[in-house]
Ligand binder design. Structure first.
Ligand code: 6PG
Length: 244
């Protein structure tokens, strides 16, 4: 399903409302809420809204477990670090117990960091599938999501849940959940904003593109939901009923 919002503020608010609703429902049903946060800049406003008074009271933070969909292998205080942005905008302002916040760490090496995170996930999900209650994703202009970049070997990974990726165009190693892991989530929500994303959003949603060139097309939850929250600028090349 695609929901289109007039601007980034409305998109951020919708994302925050969805986060809060999913959190309350999960805690009511299972006593905990597991969420994998997205990196990039699009979710920033949603994180800021969740940190302010109105939402802070709505979310059962003490029963919330925070993971990430991907991370750049940069120092923790580097502005490109996804966990840093989430801490600055959200996690430093809400009472999630520190032991329930699980950043991806590229130490002692990206490979070992990926293996360690996978072991953590397998233990956390008690050897069942990594069924995050909510998994947030963004969309890059080249069709990547998380750190699943076009024409990279990680796109073919069927067994591992976490992999290390070298992104040549950035000269960076990254850690990412694989498509196989992402597709086990109970609900995957893409947040997409801005006119620069309009062409790629059309390719993902409306054109039969090879998923190796548009990795976001690999995201098809096995038995979970898939929701696109987009703003009007990003949706300008779609012909979809407008919902606000
Ligand atoms: C990352 C993200 C990545 C991001 C997209 C969109 O670490 O880079 O996980 O997948 O979601 O690149 O980024 P923006 O939201 O900044 O456009």
């Amino acid at each position: 399903m695609i929901k289109i919002y007039p601007d980034t503020e409305a998109l951020g608010l919708a994302a925050a409302e969805l986060f809060a609703a999913e959190a309350r429902q999960a805690v009511q049903a299972r006593g905990r809420f597991t969420v994998a946060l997205s990196g990039g800049s699009t979710p920033r406003r949603a994180y800021q809204l969740l940190a302010n008074e109105a939402f802070r009271k709505l979310v059962p933070w003490r029963d919330t477990h925070i993971f990430w969909g991907d991370e750049r292998c940069v120092p923790g205080d580097d502005p490109r670090n996804n966990a840093l942005m989430a801490r600055q905008e959200l996690l430093d302002h809400v009472p999630v117990p520190p032991e329930q916040i699980h950043p991806l760490l590229c130490v002692p090496s990206p490979q070992e960091g990926a293996a360690a995170y996978e072991a953590l996930l397998r233990a956390f999900f008690a050897d069942g599938p990594p069924r995050f209650d909510l998994l947030l994703l963004g969309l890059g202009v080249n069709g990547h999501t998380a750190s699943l970049f076009p024409d990279t070997a990680v796109l073919d990974e069927q067994q591992r849940w976490v992999a290390d990726v070298y992104v040549a165009e950035e000269g960076l190693h990254r850690l990412t959940l694989t498509a196989a892991a992402i597709n086990q989530a109970a609900l995957v929500v893409f947040l997409v904003s801005g006119a620069d994303k309009a062409p790629v959003l059309r390719k993902v949603l409306k054109e039969a593109q090879n998923p190796r060139s548009i990795p976001a097309r690999l995201i098809k939850p096995v038995d979970g939901g898939l929701l696109w929250l987009v703003d009007r600028d990003a949706a300008r090349q779609l012909r979809t009923r407008k919902e606000y």
